[in-house]
Every structure is written in C-alpha cells, then in structure tokens.
Design a protein around this ligand. Structure first.
Ligand SMILES: CC(C)(COP(=O)(O)OP(=O)(O)OC[C@H]1O[C@@H](n2cnc3c(N)ncnc32)[C@H](O)[C@@H]1OP(=O)(O)O)[C@@H](O)C(=O)NCCC(=O)NCCS
Length: 147
C-alpha cells in the first residue's frame, strides 16, 4: 500500500496516547485526544502505509499552523519517514492555504533539530526555561507557499 497521510480517527487514539505519554511526558488521556480529534482548530494527521508509521498534531488557525507534537514510531526512525511526512504535510497545508508554520524543539533533540533544518525551518527565537527540566525551547519557523 502506498504511503499517505489521513486525519486521525477513533481507532488511532490508543496509539497516540501511548506515544504522547512516552515521549512528551505531558500526561494525556483517551478522552483528551478524543476532544482534540473533534476540535476544529486541531488536526492530527497519521502517516500510514499498511499500518501507522507516525503522527503529527497541529493547531491550524486561518493561515497559521503550529506543530504540537510529531512522532515516528520508534522502530521506524532514522529511515527518512519524518522527512517524507513533512512533504505530505506541506502539500496538505498548502491546500488549506496555510502560509506559516512554527514549532518548538529542545536543542538536545538532535534527530528533530536535523529533520526541521532539513525541511527548511529556521530558528527565530529562544524560549528560556521552557520545559519542565529547565531546558530552553528553540522556536522554529517556516514560510509556506510562494507569496
Ligand atoms: C524526531 C523524529 C520525528 C524524526 O523522524 P525520523 O523519521 O527519524 O527522521 P528522518 O529519518 O526523516 O531523518 C531526518 C534527518 O535527521 C537525521 N536524524 C534522524 N535521526 C537522527 C538521530 N538520532 N541523530 C542525528 N540525526 C538524526 C537523519 O540523518 C536525517 O538527516 P540526513 O538526511 O541529513 O541524514 C523521530 O526521531 C521521533 O519520532 N522522535 C521522538 C519524538 C520527538 O522527539 N518528536 C519531535 C519533538 S519536537
């Protein structure tokens, strides 16, 4: 089956909860993700072929998007899926007329930093002591579309 992205459905919630709690330590629940799926400002896109490869959770407000979380399943990392996910995502955001995308990342997250730089994000600010452990967050920005 060809790789593609689709909006998350109820059957995806368990996997999303598992990964959110494992990687982002901001404890979430089935009902919270259910609410997010039904929130028109939040979009959760799943990267899929035969099964799920990863997901991204974004706020989309008019022509601006903010990535809240991005995960490629553990056993599939560093094989180019993150990069291909962004290609699908940028096309989708273009269809939705989104012009700007931002995200926050820990400077210690080398895989994520490398991926975002490769996808054309630039660092525009530092948010001091942003994370629970006191680590700063880097605010990354990318302009989408041609105008
Ligand atoms: C961050 C994440 C989404 C990257 O996805 P991925 O599919 O592994 O990334 P890719 O394979 O497309 O790699 C993209 C680039 O990053 C590099 N990279 C990937 N993993 C790396 C690692 N562990 N260390 C250093 N560089 C790495 C790749 O080499 C590639 O660059 P290259 O083409 O110049 O070689 C994935 O590691 C993940 O899910 N991590 C846990 C959750 C997380 O941290 N999310 C981001 C929160 S901001």
């Amino acid at each position: 089956m060809k790789m593609t992205i689709r909006e998350a459905v109820v059957e995806d919630i368990e996997l999303i909860v598992k990964y959110e709690n494992e990687y982002f330590h901001n404890f979430t629940t089935i009902s919270k993700i259910e609410e997010e799926i039904n929130n028109p400002l939040i979009h959760i896109y799943m990267l899929v072929n035969k099964g799920v490869l990863g997901y991204v959770n974004l706020w989309i407000d008019d022509d601006k998007a903010q990535i809240n979380s991005l995960v490629i399943l553990k056993e599939l990392r560093n094989k180019g899926y993150g990069f291909r996910f962004f290609n699908f995502l940028f096309r989708k955001l273009d269809e939705l007329r989104v012009k700007e995308i931002t995200l926050e990342v820990r400077p210690s997250n080398l895989a994520a930093m490398k991926l975002y730089e490769k996808c054309g994000f630039n660092q525009v600010a530092v948010r001091k002591n942003y994370y629970n452990n006191g680590e700063d967050a880097l605010l990354m920005y990318k302009r989408l579309g041609s105008d």
